[in-house]
Design a protein around this ligand. Structure first.
Ligand code: DO4
Ligand code: MG
Length: 271
């Protein structure tokens, strides 16, 4: 089952049919009986069309994990070498405690088809395609969506203490197109793919699988909820395993397409 947030009611997709779900978004994703309730909405009288899809977020916070793939560890070590930050990334990759950082409040998040932004004061910017966990207020993973952790690599590489500025700015995060409602872990063979287009031509394509993710989703959630409450639930991006070559930077007008098997495709233009 897939759950979409739209400009009207939430919409459930089941067997390629769409059903209206009359509920407030925050209340819905925190229901203890979510799967049973959604199943009860699959009725001919509720059938509808899918229209005006928004980011699948109400008032949740968005957090992110970093350096959870070997590719990310290596890219970060290279970008921060001159600043003397290099071995922090190796250490966090191997440490028991993961890197977790606040990524976005809901108002900074772009939905499917909306534009993401690159920072005005940055010259080296990349998208980060990440499996994203949808978590309820009890700390239970209720499903999965696609996240784009837009990042300014020059700011992050200049000094690791600049991380919040490299990561958090208006429309620096995209989520969508839906939440795949599933309490089971996605298979290690699940592919994450990205395609970057400029003037309708591919300028970068990459892929990875969840088997490359060093930490389990439940381990990341356990650390996030250790001493934090999330009354409306939250989203947690699980880190990137795909980093474009160092001579690549996003430009205004580029198109970013991120696909995860079983969830769908999140497409955004760059403002
Ligand atoms: O520590 C820097 C951020 C890492 C990150 O966002 C990632 O690995 O996805
Ligand atoms: Mg990231």
């Amino acid at each position: 089952m897939k759950l979409y947030r739209t400009s009207k009611d939430p919409i459930l997709e089941s067997n390629q049919r769409y059903y209206r779900v009359s509920s407030d978004w925050d209340a819905l994703i925190n229901r203890g009986d979510l799967i049973d309730y959604l199943t009860s909405q699959i009725a001919p009288g509720n059938e509808t069309e899918l229209d005006s899809v928004l980011a699948p977020i109400g008032s949740q916070e968005v957090w992110a994990a970093g350096v959870t793939y070997y590719r990310s560890r290596t890219a970060r070590m290279e970008e921060s070498q001159q600043a003397g930050g290099g071995n922090f990334y190796d250490r966090v990759y191997n440490a028991e405690r993961p890197e977790l950082f606040f990524k976005s409040s809901a108002h900074r998040v772009a939905g499917p088809g909306e534009s993401v932004r690159i920072r005005k004061d940055s010259k080296w910017n990349v998208p980060e395609p990440e499996l994203t966990l949808a978590i309820n207020s009890k700390g239970e993973i209720i499903g999965y969506t696609i996240g784009n952790d837009m990042s300014s690599r020059d700011i992050e590489g200049e000094n690791p203490l600049y991380l919040p500025q490299a990561k958090v700015y208006d429309r620096s995060c995209a989520l969508g197109p839906c939440i795949l409602i599933d309490r089971e872990l996605l298979a290690g063979s699940t592919e994450i793919r990205i395609r970057l287009e400029r003037n309708e031509e591919a300028v970068f394509q990459g892929s990875t699988t969840l088997a490359q993710l060093k930490r389990s989703p439940s381990e990341l959630v356990e650390f996030l909820f250790r001493d934090n409450s999330f009354p409306q639930g939250c989203f947690l991006l699980t880190g990137t395993g795909i980093v474009p070559p160092d001579d690549f930077t996003l430009q205004s007008g580029d198109r970013i397409e991120i696909s995860i098997e079983g969830i769908g495709t999140l497409a955004n233009m760059v403002d």
